[in-house]
Write a protein that binds this ligand. Structure first.
Ligand SMILES: Cc1ncc(COP(=O)(O)OP(=O)(O)O)c(N)n1
Ligand SMILES: Cc1nc(C(=O)O)sc1CCOP(=O)(O)O
Ligand SMILES: [Mg+2]
Length: 208
């Protein structure tokens, strides 16, 4: 079975957010079960992405947690992280696999079974599947696919399915029953009054 962590925290770098404080709290709760995906605003420079990634790596390493980089695979390679995540506007999955190499963790966004199967054939080692539920974190997404949409993808592939989009701990049982291996969240941790407690609740729901 995959050793990929089940709780994926995607950094919230919007103005006024404090991503490293959230990462620290989540690591204390989820330890090696945490995957931190460094995702910066499109307007951020590569230097800013690299600097944030290096700081996240320094936090993750003592816990054995995994760090990935969203979109910017050159930053992932330069920072020495475990891999990256790509979607429809990024490098194609096959090209991303060539960039990262055969053993890297490579996530791909898939919203339907056909796209999911193609991504796996091209080298994706996990899939980000959503949006499961409405979310205010990202604009321009298609309508939510819901739990049935996650199930349809999970039934079509044999790599871990990470459900994303408006996910909170209360959604996790249904998503797991639909075949999700884990979840990826922004707001459930970055807007929580107590991110450590929120991470513990998500992890408990994912592993109970
Ligand atoms: C785990 C996970 N799933 C989906 C996404 C979305 O990636 P993408 O479609 O490339 O959109 P951006 O995040 O780049 O705006 C993700 N990042 N992680
Ligand atoms: C970055 C991203 N990608 C999505 C997709 O469906 O591809 S949903 C999303 C935002 C997830 O944030 P939250 O947990 O706050 O809803
Ligand atoms: Mg992307």
């Amino acid at each position: 079975m995959s050793s990929l962590g089940r709780l994926h925290l995607i950094t919230d770098t919007r103005p006024g957010r404090d991503p490293l404080t959230v990462v620290r709290a989540a690591l204390a709760a989820a330890r090696a079960d945490l995957v931190v995906q460094v995702r910066v605003e499109d307007s951020a420079t590569d230097r800013e992405a690299y600097d944030l990634t290096r700081r996240v790596v320094a936090l993750c390493t003592p816990y054995g947690a995994t760090c990935l980089v969203n979109d910017r695979l050159h930053v992932a390679l330069a920072a020495g992280v475990a891999g990256g995540h790509v979607g429809a506007d990024d490098l194609p999955v096959g090209a991303a696999r060539r960039v990262l190499g055969p053993t890297a963790v490579l996530g791909a966004t898939a919203r339907d079974p056909g796209t999911a199967a193609e991504a796996v054939a091209a080298g994706a080692s996990y899939l980000g599947v959503g949006p499961c539920h409405p979310t205010a974190t990202k604009e321009g997404l298609p309508p939510p696919i819901g739990v049935p949409g996650v199930r349809a993808v999970a039934e079509a592939v044999d790599v871990p399915v990470i459900a994303i989009g408006g996910v909170t701990a209360t959604h996790v049982p249904a998503l797991r029953a639909a075949g999700a291996y884990g979840v990826a969240v922004v707001g459930a941790l970055s807007t929580a009054a107590d991110p450590g407690r929120a991470a513990a609740a998500l992890l408990e729901a994912l592993t109970c």
